[in-house]
Design a protein around this ligand. Structure first.
Ligand SMILES: *Cc1c(COP(=O)(O)O)cnc(C)c1O
Length: 387
């Protein structure tokens, strides 16, 4: 396996890759270097929202590639402006900052909260509250935001000004917001990397109430849960929230790197010239692809996502070797009796690619995965779990 050896020799060892070299694909089917086909239930960690080599997305990207691939943010380009318009029109948010990843979207969110608080409450109001078991990215500041100590080791000192609260612990949340000078609360409605752990509607409502009461910026990390993943355009919409800031990435780009920080009316003018920036941010090719994604996230698709979700839950819940199923829409975590690594490798042998998150099998299939393909894959997972 020449490519594996080459990669192992020269690429930084930050990933424990599966022994699988992927070369092409179409829709929800990937092909490896030997021509073996796999049903893709991972979407490159929730990125290829409409599958591999999707015609609409590929055409949008190719059309833009034929015009201009990059201009920098010194000039206007149509895809960037139209994508920002589409995001705002669909969410009611007022402004968008574009970066290139989820971590960058969260960095922007944190800067917005801190500057808003500095101007409106005083510079000492700089604390960002996040949740234990959260995941917000790998930069030093988003690592600080990530409420998991395993990620913090070796990289001290991290950016100061973060306080952590256990998900579901209302008393602790109230106490921290009482004692600390809080600028914002940043949370995922469903903790993705943390093991597909949904927050309860009650706890989410408590966060909203405290933000309202104490004039704290509510920031929802929709990097994984966003862009149709949970059967709503953004997961906060399932809970009737009105966040001040929304960060998103992953599925937004459909395969090219893009991240977005959406700002509500309250904070829309916080960032001014030179407060923030990104050379690649809002790149016309990435934006053209993303626009083709956002334009297709309509009610009919959301209904389809919910229907497929209901199918997976009904098949998996109570099945042999399966302990529990969590998640929302097509973001699904499955606790299996067998170790998750064993389930993943056996599924792969049988031609199904799944993800893991902590001790769960995690499924993030393309939003438009055909029902018959999904059924085949679910049967394989059940078979592996029951063995
Ligand atoms: C993946 C993820 C991130 C980080 O995104 P990158 O694009 O890898 O920087 C941040 N927050 C959540 C919730 C994520 O799932």
């Amino acid at each position: 396996m020449y490519i594996k050896d080459l990669d192992d020799k020269y690429v930084a060892g930050t990933y424990s890759r599966f022994p699988l070299e992927l070369v092409s694909g179409k829709g929800s089917v990937l092909k490896d270097v030997n021509g073996k086909e796999y049903i893709d239930l991972g979407s490159g960690i929730g990125v290829t929202a409409f599958g591999i080599n999707d015609d609409t997305w590929t055409d949008a990207v190719k059309d833009q590639l034929d015009k201009v691939q990059h201009t920098s943010n010194l000039y206007y380009t149509e895809p960037c402006a139209r994508l920002a318009e589409a995001l705002c029109e669909k969410t009611g948010m007022k402004k968008v900052f574009f970066g290139n990843s989820g971590a960058e979207a969260n960095e922007c969110a944190i800067k917005v909260a801190r500057k808003w608080a500095a101007e409106n409450k005083g510079e000492e109001y700089n604390v960002i509250v996040t949740l234990v078991n959260s995941f917000h990215g790998r930069t030093l500041t988003t690592l600080a935001a990530t409420g998991q100590e395993v990620f913090h080791k070796y990289f001290q000192p991290l950016t100061p000004g973060f306080a952590y609260v256990e998900a579901g612990n209302v008393e602790m949340l109230k106490k921290v917001c009482e004692e600390e000078k809080v600028a914002g609360i940043l949370f995922e409605c469903i903790q993705g990397e943390g093991g597909v752990v949904p927050l309860t509607a009650e706890f989410i409502q408590t966060i909203a109430d405290i933000c309202e009461e104490k004039n704290i910026i509510m920031m929802v990390d929709e990097v994984q849960t966003g862009n149709g993943r949970t059967g709503a355009l953004y997961s906060y919409m399932n809970f009737g929230l009105k966040p001040d800031v929304v960060s998103t990435a992953k599925g937004l780009g459909g395969g090219l790197p893009i991240g977005a920080c959406l700002m509500s009316e309250k904070v829309q003018n916080v960032l001014g010239p030179s407060d923030h920036g990104s050379t690649f941010g809002g790149n016309p090719v990435a934006s053209a692809g993303a626009l083709s994604i956002v334009n297709r996230l309509d009610d009919a698709l959301m209904a389809e996502v919910k229907e497929k979700s209901a199918y997976v839950f009904a098949e998996m819940e109570g099945a042999k070797g399966i302990e529990s199923v969590t998640g929302l829409g097509l973001m699904i975590g499955i606790k299996t009796e067998k170790p998750v690594s064993e389930v993943l490798s056996k599924c792969m042998e049988k031609g199904v690619i799944c993800l893991s998150a902590k001790d769960k099998v995690r499924l993030l299939p393309a939003l438009n995965i055909p029902m018959d393909v999904l059924k085949k894959a679910v049967a394989v997972i059940k078979e592996v779990c029951a063995e």
